[in-house]
Design a protein around this ligand. Structure first.
Ligand code: NDP
Length: 235
């Protein structure tokens, strides 16, 4: 079965920027697969959007569990049959104000497991569907902390390393993939979600709008890039 409508999938979408991404993609006319690691929180968030008339399907997916990602990819392949936009948004930030060499190493491992390996497994499981249709747009939600120049100042070492590794993965995957598939890393800015805190100047709504500008880049656009506010920035 192949869905007529364009389809998008967002990870970590039960709150924050991910929730707004789902809402905006569905308002643009996509059928959106909203994913969350928590079936209760995820299905409640999806229900709120379907009640307002949006085309949103909920699928459970924990990005630290490759089996859960594979199952979600099978569900999308068998029940929807296409995927036009894939957004890896799920992320954790566990080491604010902790020094890299003094932290519990489990913090680095958990951060890498979500922010780097999670993104790897998501691409690994969903790219075959995109390669089959020879089309796709993938956005990996990154951070300015993942830029090379962020390594020159202290703090958030685990988070920085995870986003830097995610950026490297983004570029390498884009060079390898077949068909018209573009893969971008996008920094949403400092956003007033649970992660960004209440003092952050940018709303999740505005962050989602800016992220989606990169997802809508046409066939003339580059295969890869690191973007903020719709403009390419240094890796
Ligand atoms: P939030 O903390 O508000 O939301 C994070 C989301 O990720 C939640 O839905 C959470 O689910 C989900 N998540 C965490 N771990 C997993 C997992 N293992 N499997 C599936 N989902 C998971 O963060 P934001 O919305 O602010 O962040 C979204 C993205 O933007 C992240 O990648 C972050 O690094 C990036 N970013 C954010 C900035 C900011 O200022 N806010 C700045 C730069 C980048 P649950 O509810 O179950 O915990």
């Amino acid at each position: 079965m192949m869905q007529d409508k364009q389809t998008a999938l967002v990870t970590g979408a039960n709150r924050g920027i991910g929730y707004e991404l789902v809402k905006q993609l569905a308002s643009m006319g996509f059928q959106v697969i909203m994913t969350s690691r928590d079936s209760k929180k995820g299905s409640e968030a999806a229900q709120k959007l379907t009640e307002s008339g949006l085309d949103v399907l909920f699928v459970v997916m924990d990005v630290t569990d490759p089996e859960s990602i594979r199952r979600a990819a099978m569900t999308v392949t068998n029940n929807v049959g296409r995927l036009d936009v894939l957004i890896s948004n799920a992320g954790v930030y566990l080491d604010e104000n902790v020094k890299l060499l003094h932290m519990d190493p489990a913090i680095l491992e958990r951060t890498m497991s979500t922010n780097f390996f999670g993104v790897y497994h998501v691409m690994h499981s969903f790219i075959p569907l995109m390669e089959k249709q020879k089309y796709g747009r993938i956005i990996n939600v990154s951070s300015e902390y993942g830029a090379m120049n962020a390594l020159s100042y202290e703090g958030a070492g685990a988070y920085k390393i995870s986003k830097l590794a995610m950026n490297a993965l983004t570029r390498m995957a884009a060079a390898e993939v077949r068909g018209e598939i573009k893969i971008y890393a996008v920094d949403p800015g400092w956003v007033s979600s649970d992660m960004g805190g209440p003092s952050a100047p940018r709303t999740p709504e505005r962050a989602a709008e800016l992220i989606l500008q990169s997802a809508m880049i046409g066939s003339e656009g580059p295969r890869s890039g690191f973007y903020r506010d719709g403009k390419a920035i240094d890796w």
